[in-house]
Ligand binder design. Structure first.
Ligand SMILES: *[C@@H]1O[C@H](CO)[C@@H](O)[C@H](O)[C@H]1NC(C)=O
Ligand SMILES: *[C@@H]1O[C@H](CO)[C@@H](O)[C@H](O)[C@H]1NC(C)=O
Length: 172
C-alpha cells in the first residue's frame, strides 16, 4: 500500500513534469510559429504595399511617357502647321506681288496699245496728207512740160492734163 502510493505519487510527479515539459514546448512552438506567422504577415503586407507602389509608379511612369510622346507629337504637328502657315503666307505674298506685277504690266500694255493706236492714227493722217500732196503734185504738171514737144516720151510722162494746162502756157 505504501509502495503503491509512492509509485502513484512518483508517476504523478513524472506525469506532471512531462506535461509541464510538453506544455512548455508547445507554448514555445506556438510562440515561435506565432512569430513566424507575424513575420510572414509583416512581409506580405510589405510586399503587397511595395507591389502596389510599384504598380502605381509603373502606371504613372507609363502615363507620363505617353503624355511626353503625345506632347512631342503635338509639338511636331504644331511645327508642321507653323511651316505650312509660313509657306501659305509666302505663297500669298508671292501671289499678291505677282498680281501687282501683272496689273502693272497690264497697265503698261494698255498704255502701249494706246500709244500705238495714237501713232497709227497720226501715221494714217500723215500718209493721207502725203498722198493728198502727191496727188496734187501729180495733177499739177511740172512747168517743164510747157517746153516739151507733143508726142514725145516726156510729154507722155507729163500726162494728158499737162497738154491742156501746158497749152496756154506754151501759147503765152
Ligand atoms: C510579392 O507579391 C507579388 C504579387 O502580389 C507576388 O507575385 C510575389 O511572388 C510576392 N513576392 C514574394 C517574394 O512573395
Ligand atoms: C510712237 O511714235 C513715237 C514717235 O513718233 C515713238 O517714239 C514711239 O516709240 C512710238 N510708239 C509706239 C508704240 O510705236
Amino acid at each position: 500500500m505504501k509502495l503503491s502510493w509512492a509509485i502513484s505519487a512518483l508517476s504523478a510527479v513524472v506525469c506532471t513534469t512531462a506535461c509541464m515539459v510538453l506544455f512548455g514546448q508547445h507554448a514555445l512552438w506556438t510562440k515561435q510559429s506565432g512569430d513566424d506567422e507575424e513575420q510572414r504577415l509583416k512581409y506580405e503586407t510589405f510586399n503587397a504595399t511595395f507591389q502596389e507602389k510599384l504598380f502605381v509608379k509603373n502606371t504613372v511612369q507609363n502615363q507620363l511617357d505617353q503624355q511626353r510622346k503625345y506632347l512631342k507629337e503635338m509639338e511636331g504637328e504644331r511645327e508642321k502647321a507653323d511651316l505650312e502657315q509660313q509657306q501659305k503666307a509666302a505663297e500669298l505674298s508671292d501671289c499678291k506681288a505677282n498680281k501687282k506685277k501683272m496689273e502693272r504690266e497690264f497697265a503698261d500694255t494698255e498704255t502701249e496699245v494706246a500709244n500705238v493706236k495714237n501713232n497709227l492714227s497720226k501715221m494714217r493722217a500723215a500718209w493721207a496728207e502725203h498722198i493728198a500732196t502727191l496727188k496734187r503734185d501729180h495733177m499739177q504738171p511740172s512747168p517743164i512740160c510747157a517746153f516739151i514737144k507733143k508726142d514725145t516720151v516726156g510729154a507722155r510722162l507729163c500726162g494728158p492734163e499737162a497738154a491742156v494746162v501746158a497749152a496756154p502756157a506754151a501759147a503765152a
